[in-house]
Every structure is written in structure tokens, then in C-alpha cells.
Ligand binder design. Sequence first.
Ligand SMILES: Cc1cc2nc3c(=O)[nH]c(=O)nc-3n(C[C@H](O)[C@H](O)[C@H](O)COP(=O)(O)OP(=O)(O)OC[C@H]3O[C@@H](n4cnc5c(N)ncnc54)[C@H](O)[C@@H]3O)c2cc1C
Length: 352
Amino acid sequence: MDTSKESSRLCVVGAGLAGAAVAYRLRDEPASVTLLEKSRGVGGRAATRRRAGCRYDHGANYIKDSDDRTTSLLQSLGTDGLVDIDGPVWTFDKTGQITESDRQESHKWTWEAGITQFAKRLLAETDAEIRKSTRVEALDYDDSTNQWRLTDTDGIDHGPFDAVVLTPPAPQTANLLSATRIPGAADVVATAANAVDDVPYRTIRSIILHYPFERDRPYYALVNPDREHDIGWLARESCKPGHIPAGEELLVVQMAPGWSAAHYDDPLDSVASDVAAMVSDLLDDDRLADPDWIDDQGWRYALPDSAVDTDVSSPLVEYDLYMAGDWVVGEGRAHEAFWNGIEVGEQLIDGR
Ligand SMILES: Cc1cc2nc3c(=O)[nH]c(=O)nc-3n(C[C@H](O)[C@H](O)[C@H](O)COP(=O)(O)OP(=O)(O)OC[C@H]3O[C@@H](n4cnc5c(N)ncnc54)[C@H](O)[C@@H]3O)c2cc1C
């Protein structure tokens, strides 16, 4: 696709960080960008919810400052409301023993208005059109015009487009590839779909526990590095300015993958009391067994455990079909998804 032509049109499936990054990278190019997003909002797994005066990041907790370019990028999007979470992450083991962590702390970025700000601020820098509540179901390539048309689950047709970038988690991208028709290239598409489907994922169910009282502690969050506790991660959302009213606490409890898979479809009421009891036990505070309200979010495809085999998926680039996301890199990190989207944006600009 020639991104220097105003008449060129790019479609990005998914408005998470990888999709937002592709649009952001193309922001100064004359080509038009359309994002098709199945949810009502942008940000994907870097998600924020609002309830009863609270704001909480129930997917990704923060953007890790693994290199200076991420910090510079975040600051360039505006420092107003940008938050560097104070307080360290401590650890606990399978017996529930909590230990002060001695690991080097980097910045932990989010925003007062929640982590969805990352995608929102990126997209605000672009002219991209975002079609929300649009779940793509099939893709068709016309080899006489070299253009794509996409169909959503309401039967609405989108296109034509000169190039498409798929950014849903690997299993959902594999489903889309299974519904992708390229005349004369069925084998290439099927091989890519299988390779993408092979990316293994961890499932996480986040349980949200709200309390009408504060708990002052020296840490922001606790993590279970031995991965043998039913709780994988527990964070105090009150450590993020602008998230929780004074005098209250909200805990985001990410259950371990084994527990999450086993209890994924259990009704929230039936699991929340067990989780609150575990939290009360872990933090040695009886009051925590009785939250005043609860919430949850299941992330079936929370974190990829390895990267896709790009040797198998890259032949699709010949048809201007690209893929981006944390699973292309093989690390479930918001900044990895972002930088992979930037890389794919650069490939599009270079016409590679
Ligand atoms: C519980 C949890 C905790 C995490 N904690 C952290 C953390 O603290 N720090 C960190 O750096 N990372 C964390 N991560 C990982 C981070 O959230 C992801 O790596 C990153 O957000 C992935 O971005 P993405 O754009 O690749 O994918 P996604 O965010 O999944 O975006 C894909 C988008 O595609 C959309 N979509 C899917 N199918 C379709 C379709 N058919 N049609 C249209 N749209 C579709 C989805 O709705 C979604 O918006 C966490 C993830 C989870 C789940």
C-alpha cells in the first residue's frame, strides 16, 4: 500500500494498543485509516472501568518503563493526568508469606482517568475513523483490484481497503484467518491460521473488591512469583491518584491462570466470597472478607506465552495483510504491543 497517496485506505481490526499504534504511526501520512473495534471503547486489554465514584484498571495495571523511548512517548502525549504510581511491588509465596521486594523499581505509568488514556491519547493525535461495536467476521481479497472487503457480524460490509492489519489476540486472529478468502492462496492462509492458533495463552479472571475504608500499606501491589498461589497479583487501586475516593479502598485481584480457567464461567457471587476470604487470609485482615461491592472481568486470552512463528504468517504481507500485537512479539506487555504496532506502521510506510 502506498501511504503517501490520499486515496490509499488502511483498515486496522482492533483498537487496542497495537491497533492504536499503527494509526498513530501513520498520523502524518496522507492515506486514510479506519479502525474496526468490537467493543464500545478503545484500549483493548489496557482497560478502565468506572463505578460508584471509582475508576479502576481491570486489565493491564500500568505501563512499564522498560526503556526511555516509552517514557518519552508517554510524556509527549501530555503530562496532564499522567501518573507514576508510587509504592513498590512486594512478593508473596505459595504459603502466603509476604516479603518486601528488593527488585529495582522502574516507573509504573497510568493516568488519573485510567489506563485507557494511552489508546485514547494516541488516537486523538490521528484523523483515524473508529467504528466501534463492530466485530469483524470475514475478510475477502479481490485479486483483480488488490483490495480487501471486510464483513462484520451484523452483515455490514466495510471497504474497499488497500491493506489490513489484524490485531486481536492470536486465537481471535486465527478465527479471522479461517474466514479469510484470498483466491489461489487458501493454503498460505490456512498455514498462517494454524501458526497463529498455536500461540499459547494464560487466562486471568480479575476480581474487584471494594471496601468503604482505607488501608494504608507500604506497597502498591503484591505478586506471586512462584506461581503456586491461587492469587497471582493483588493491587491497591487507591495508590493511583484520581481513581478511588478518599477513605475507600479497591483491590484488583488477578487470579492465577489455573484458578481462572477452572472458575472462568462461575457466577461472580459464588466465587467472590472465596476470593475475598483468600485475600483476607493473605493480608491478615478479617475485614477484607466482606467487601461492600464486587465486580469482575474475565480475560480468556490475557497473556501470550510465546511469539507467533513469523516465517509462516509473513507470506500474507504479499496480499497487504499484516498482523500486530503482543503475541507477535511474544510478551504480554502494553508497551510491547504498542511498539509492535509502530513497527508494522513503519513497514506499511516503507511498502515492505
Ligand atoms: C489482566 C491483565 C493484566 C495485565 N497487566 C499488564 C501490566 O500491568 N502491564 C503491561 O504492560 N501489560 C499488562 N497486560 C498485557 C497488556 O494488556 C497487553 O499486552 C496489551 O494491552 C495488548 O495489546 P494489543 O493491542 O496487542 O491487544 P488487545 O488489547 O487485546 O487489543 C485487541 C483489540 O481487538 C479487538 N477485537 C478482537 N476481535 C475483534 C474482531 N473480530 N473485530 C473487531 N475487533 C476485535 C478487541 O476488542 C481489542 O480491543 C495485562 C493483561 C491482562 C489481561
